[in-house]
Design a protein. Structure first.
Length: 576
């Protein structure tokens, strides 16, 4: 079928700028030749030509912009010529710096592999020690964040989340969304329909879904800096998925949010340094100026879910201070980051992931420092995810809710201002744990930050067990199966799992294999043992899905080196 394509006149790409600090970034090629890999899924519908963009007053270079995703009903409401021109302009402006920062990530990881450990940056000590600066005050709709519910921007889940009684709904284009073209663009339709109050619908079951009078504040999480969207190709290279998600959300939903006085607001995932926060801040400034929105209207909460970002929390808030809405503690991705960077070292071998709770020393050091850093700067500190799903068994439900209650009460005692849940049934339990609108007055001056504390992984109690290994294999296999089917938030064993869970699961398998870790039940972790577990799990999948899942598991958990992310190769090869 024909692709949407055009030879359009628009502004030429700006020269590729270098980051303002060159401490950790080295020059890297800004673009690369891209060709579509073979796909295991057919396109849904015929494609159509993209209308040419209007020439820009800043230049008249001819551009080759191709949208290769399938055309579906109402997609032209999102992929308008002006919207496409806006996201292309964002990519032109910032793709070079993005590439350099991704190169800096690779260089830092290589240094870690050679024995280097992270520490607080000496050249930003003045920022950490300066008591005078604060982030912007809470924006309308973000002053109270006791409960935030997260999930993919899918129509039914959106209505349920907005009606849940939570203060905030995070519409997640990242870990909770398998980034098919359908999911991405229909997600933006969900956002504009919710903002226009035309999201009500009747399901095939006959159940009516209607938006309540006072829905939750909407916050959008775009995909991380490391990801691209292969369905939008600019001069032969795929667009940054971060800039596509952000740009479309700002162009369409941001205007509506601004008119209503709430937003546009974002969550920023997977940041590894303050330079990446600086890039986001520059994107915000550029985009606001471009659209005629006052600077500081955009607000963003940064997820501290990488070990390197934990050492730069002050700096991240400082870079975003005009646009910052606080920090969030992302548990599974944080542990995944520790293994990804230091998993080859025996002192960083972790026990079963169920035993790596938020109370173990290195996790407690990280969360307490997060609260202290936020409140010292007038920013909200948001706690981690509760992922339990309702059960038909009353006893199971009671046990799950008690676990959630204890977890949220611990966060409240520690000083967090609110926390995340994955299901509406958990909203009231979470809210009860946070009786105040915020706890910004709790400065946690008792917390002393040390590099040794953040890296005290070897003080984590627990054992590696065969059930723990089997559980990791099962989660990785079944999540990959769901993800390849277009589901990013999957109900597995009574829990709402997303890509972060699959990442920690496959990383632990890789780490235990590398170190031939002894099992508490006897024996050691071997490739043969893992392969046997994988084959047993594959039997429950559809026959046509077994080989793709097997191949992806082997590539991401059984290889000698640990791939940086689980979903990058899977996206390139399998999703459309």
């Amino acid at each position: 079928p024909p692709t949407w394509s055009c030879r359009s006149a628009s502004s030429p790409p700006r020269p590729r700028a270098t980051p303002r600090s060159s401490t950790s970034a080295r020059s890297a090629p800004a673009t690369s030749t891209w060709s579509a890999p073979p796909s295991t899924r057919p396109a849904r519908r015929p494609r159509w030509p993209v209308p040419p963009s209007r020439p820009s007053s800043e230049g008249d270079a001819v551009r080759d912009i191709r949208i290769t995703g399938a055309r579906e009903a109402r997609f032209d409401e999102i992929l308008t010529p002006d919207a496409i021109a806006f996201v292309v302009r964002l990519d032109d402006e910032f793709a070079g710096r993005r590439a350099e920062l991704l190169a800096a990530r690779r260089e830092r990881r290589a240094r870690f592999a050679e024995g280097e450990l992270p520490d607080f940056l000496p050249h930003t000590k003045h920022i950490r020690e300066d008591e005078s600066w604060r982030v912007a005050p809470p924006a309308p709709g973000l002053a109270r964040r006791r409960v935030e519910i997260t999930g993919p921007p899918e129509r039914k889940m959106a209505v349920n989340a907005l009606n849940s009684g939570a203060d905030v709904w995070m519409a997640d284009f990242e870990d909770a969304t398998a980034p098919t073209w359908h999911n991405v663009i229909s997600g933006h339709l969900t956002l504009i329909d919710a903002l226009d109050r035309r999201i009500d619908f009747t399901a095939d079951s006959g159940k009516r879904y209607e938006l309540c009078e006072e829905p939750a504040t909407i916050v959008v999480r775009p995909r991380g800096w490391h990801l691209v969207d292969k369905n939008v190709v600019i001069d032969g290279r795929p667009i940054s998925a971060s800039l596509l998600d952000f740009g479309l959300a700002l162009f369409h939903s941001g205007r509506r949010m601004t008119e209503r006085g709430h937003g546009p607001y974002f969550y920023l995932p997977k940041l590894e340094s303050h330079l990446e926060a600086r890039l986001w801040n520059d994107v915000f400034v550029f985009a606001q100026d471009r659209m005629g929105i006052p600077r500081g209207t955009i607000r963003a909460t940064t997820l501290i879910e990488t070990i390197t970002a934990a050492f730069e929390m002050d700096e991240i808030l400082h870079e975003l201070r005009e646009h910052s809405a606080g920090l969030n503690a992302g548990r599974w991705d944080y542990i995944f980051s520790v293994i990804k960077n230091f998993g080859a070292r025996p002192e960083f071998v972790l026990p079963d992931r169920a035993q790596v709770t938020m109370t173990v020393p290195f996790m407690r050091a990280y969360t307490e420092l997060l609260v202290r850093t936020c409140h010292r700067r007038g920013a909200h500190a948001i706690g981690g995810m509760a992922v339990f799903l309702p059960s038909a068994d009353p006893e199971t439900n009671a046990t799950s809710l008690d676990i959630v209650r204890q977890d949220k009460e611990r966060e409240s005692i520690d000083g967090f201002d609110g926390s995340w849940v994955a299901h509406p049934a958990l909203v009231e339990t979470c809210r009860a744990a946070f009786p105040r609108s915020d706890q910004l007055d709790r400065l946690r001056t008792d917390v002393v930050a040390t590099a040794a504390g953040l890296l005290a992984v070897d003080r984590t109690p627990g054992r590696v067990t065969e059930p723990g290994l089997r559980g990791n294999v099962a989660v990785a296999v079944h999540y990959l199966d769901a993800w390849l089917d277009g589901t990013g938030a999957a109900a597995l064993n009574g829990l709402m799992e997303d890509a972060a869970t699959a990442e920690i699961a496959r990383c632990q398998v890789w780490q235990w294999l590398r170190h031939r870790t002894p099992l508490a039940d006897g024996g050691v972790v071997t490739a043969d043992l893992v392969e046997d577990m994988v084959e047993k799990e594959l039997l429950s999948l559809k026959p046509e899905r077994r080989e793709p899942v097997r191949e992806l598991f082997r590539r991401n958990a059984l290889a000698s080196g640990l791939p940086t992310f689980l979903t990058t190769a899977a996206y390139a090869r399998h999703l459309v």
